[in-house]
Design a binder for this molecule. Structure first.
Ligand code: NAI
Length: 331
């Protein structure tokens, strides 16, 4: 029975994901059809006869879900932790089951610390100067993480892991989440959002993007923060109102930002756009600030995370085929 099941894999990267897909579909006796293309209503026909479709962070809106449903798709797994790019209401109405892939939190937590340190040590300016053969020091003096009060918003798997890693730096750590957890409580003090905004020198975001969290960092939130606050976002671009952030950078309210994710990134990130005019003005502006570091949604990108995301996306499908409880189902 397993052999008859086919997985349609979109956006497959040959250079890192394919060997893992071959290993795990082989292990479970599944067949797969693959494409490097992003799923669209037009290329949904590639999934013809495949009940299982495997995607990344590209939007899965109602027209795409309807087109896939017509091809026989009944289950979509995103080999990512976030699933805000999938229209869950449409999926539910159509009867398409949705799963995500919560791979280990270490890769993203470590990358978050990287961005924090890059901001505190003015790494964007250092690299610009160095590459321009300007080896002066003036204006590049850094700050030490040990002296900071760090505010962590969202204490799920990644936020909690980050909090435990931060103990090694000796900083004071504040945390906010609707549902505090005991592990994070060991190393951080849970406070209200208002207190976190007021007392943190550096704020890092680890909440999912949803209706409640979209633009949670807006003019109003920024006004409550310390002057010169550093913002780090490895969560989702939607958490920050980019216009408010740009204004904050202009006025000095925001003293630095480390952004692995930005709004409206999905048409750009992971594509080679070298020969094209890009129409993402906010991204161009963000990259023009010497105290901002922007990366293209890379925090997850470690060998360990990639293997686990492929493995568990396949294991969730196997659980579904076998009628077992699937720990990664989101709807
Ligand atoms: P999780 O589901 O374990 O934790 C989410 C946390 O956010 C929970 O503590 C939850 O209580 C909290 N939360 C929910 N609503 C909130 C609100 N309104 N305000 C504050 N906190 C709120 O998720 P996990 O695995 O820790 O991942 C967090 C996010 O990181 C994902 O949703 C995803 O968007 C992002 N991510 C980014 C990656 C990257 O490469 N940049 C890679 C992996 C995940």
């Amino acid at each position: 029975m397993m052999k008859q099941e086919c997985i349609m894999v979109y956006n497959l990267r040959d250079f890192d994901e394919r060997p893992y897909f071959e290993e795990y579909t082989g292990e479970y006796g599944l067949s797969m059809v693959t494409t490097a293309e992003t799923p669209t209503p037009e290329n949904a026909t590639l999934a013809q006869g495949c009940r299982y479709v495997n995607i990344i962070t590209t939007p899965a809106d109602r027209p795409l879900l309807e087109a896939l449903y017509q091809q026989g798709t009944r289950y979509i797994v995103t080999r990512t932790i976030g699933y805000d790019h999938i229209d869950l209401d449409a999926a539910k109405e159509l009867g398409i089951r949705v799963a995500n892939t919560p791979y280990g939190p270490d890769g993203v937590a470590e990358y978050t610390i990287l961005l924090m340190l890059m901001c505190l040590r003015n790494m964007t300016s250092i690299r610009h100067r160095y590459l321009g053969q300007d080896f002066t020091l003036k204006g590049l003096i850094g700050r030490e993480l040990s002296q900071m009060t760090v505010g962590v918003i969202g204490t799920g798997r990644i936020g909690t892991r980050l909090i435990s890693m931060l103990t090694g730096f000796g900083c004071r750590t504040l945390a906010y989440a609707p549902h505090p957890n005991a592990e994070a409580k060991k190393h951080a003090e849970y406070v209200s959002l208002e207190t976190l905004y007021r007392e943190s020198d550096l704020i890092t975001l680890h909440a999912p993007a949803n209706a409640e969290t979209t633009h949670m960092i807006n003019e109003d939130a920024l006004a409550q923060m310390k002057n010169g606050v550093i913002l780090v976002n490895t969560g989702r671009g939607a958490l920050i109102d980019t216009a408010a952030l740009l204004h904050g950078l202009d006025t000095g309210k925001v003293g630095g930002a480390g952004l692995d994710v930005i709004e409206e990134e999905s048409d750009l990130y992971y594509y080679d756009r070298r020969e094209e005019l890009l129409h993402h003005r906010d991204m161009a502006l963000l990259n023009s600030y010497p105290n901002v570091v922007v990366t293209h949604h890379m925090a997850f990108y470690t060998r360990q995370c990639v293997e686990t995301m492929v493995r568990d996306s396949v294991r969730g499908i196997v659980a579904d085929i076998q009628g077992l409880k699937n720990p990664w189902r989101v709807c």
